[in-house]
Design a protein around this ligand. Structure first.
Ligand code: PMV
Length: 354
């Protein structure tokens, strides 16, 4: 498929006095990748395509006030508290975004945000937070309606400048990045009903800080001996997964989903220097899931992102049996028995004047 790398940036306001919605809020979800993005180049461009499911409950809410009467600057609060340590990353993001939205520098920006998922639960918040902030910014500076394809693409593009995987959080349902374009993601147009209502139970094995950041992990792919093999594999799996999601082939989904998760962690273990993010309880959970599947025939799949926690993906029709199994056999492997019950979601929302 031919990739388009540029957006036309239509619909933008050109003068500060056209910005009538000076207070705006956005709510954006996190997402879980099934085919993983691992390795990047240039300005957050992926070395391979990826496919993810947008979550419903793991959401960041961001409130943005734009003040044209003050000099450009940023004030940031997270869950009600000033967070100066977040400012360098935010300033870098605003500088990158202002290359496409120069008007952004005509305002003082007051940003406050909160997550619906528990703080330091081990759930990566960069995807939901960068998607929420990008949506609020674009909502203020664009004349386009948020439901339009062009708005969504611009939103995805801006989110990517903050965090690569965030670009897939501009859509409800399922999204692919690096297929149509490397600079923005797109929603998968055909999603079988069983995948539209898919559940994701996030088993929190450890809520602590990761020993190696994903930025460092991406970097190690630049010298990885298996890099080219990995990228080819991810391209092949992306094509396969798009078909699986369209046709509702749950058995093929389970197989691909688990191989991708293990391959991501195998890449980490074969990086130079190597690193290991999974924990003994991650492996115990994986073993127990496989045994349950052998015994019951219920198609449930595990995946992990760059950390020790396990996402358990299953169909709505199997929810009761799977959730009983989690309660009885898996919660004991979780830190403080913590599980976040999530599902496929509808994507981000914008609200004016709040
Ligand atoms: O968006 P980043 O730079 O935090 O990288 C995310 C990488 C994975 O979560 C491991 C995979 C993915 O595609 O989300």
């Amino acid at each position: 498929m031919r990739k388009k790398n540029d957006l036309s940036w239509t619909g933008l306001k050109s003068k500060a006095d056209e910005v009538s919605n000076t207070t705006i809020s956005a709510e954006a979800p996190s997402n879980i990748a099934i085919v993983k993005y691992w390795g990047k180049h240039g300005m957050q461009l992926p070395n391979n395509p990826s496919v993810s499911m947008t979550l419903r409950h793991a959401v960041t809410k961001t409130h943005l006030s734009l003040d044209p009467s003050q000099e450009h600057g940023i004030r940031f609060r997270f869950e009600g508290k000033e967070q100066p340590s977040f400012l360098p990353k935010l300033e870098q993001f605003i500088d990158r975004a202002a290359e496409y939205l120069p008007l952004l520098k005509s305002f003082h920006l007051d940003i406050s945000s909160e997550n619906t998922f528990p703080h330091s639960s081990g759930i990566a918040s960069s995807a939901s937070s960068m998607s929420a902030l990008s949506m609020a910014i674009l909502g203020a500076l664009s004349n386009l309606k948020p439901e339009t394809e062009e708005f969504k693409r611009q939103h995805s593009f801006l989110s990517r400048l903050g965090s690569g995987s965030a670009c897939r959080s501009a859509f409800g349902g399922w999204a692919a990045w690096g297929t149509t374009s490397d600079t923005f993601a797109v929603a998968l147009p055909e999603v079988h009903a069983e995948f539209q209502s898919m559940k994701d139970a996030i088993l929190i094995v450890s809520a602590g800080e990761k020993s190696v950041s994903s930025t460092a992990g991406h970097q190690l792919m630049n010298t990885h001996v298996y890099a080219e093999t990995r990228y080819a594999q991810a391209r092949k799996r992306t094509d396969e997964l798009v078909q699986i999601i369209k046709n509702g082939d749950i058995e093929a989904f389970v197989d691909l989903c688990e191989k991708e998760a293990l391959e991501l962690h195998a890449l980490m273990m074969m990086s130079d220097p190597y690193f290991i993010l999974i924990k003994p309880n991650t492996l115990k959970i994986i073993d127990t899931i496989r045994e349950f599947r052998r015994e019951t025939g219920i198609p449930l799949a595990f995946t992990c992102d760059a950390g020790p926690n396990v996402h358990l993906m299953y169909r709505e029709q199997d929810a009761q049996k799977v959730e009983n199994f989690i309660e009885d056999e898996l919660k004991g492997y979780c830190e403080n028995r913590r599980v976040i019950w999530d599902a496929c979601g509808d994507g981000p929302v914008l609200k004016f004047g709040e």
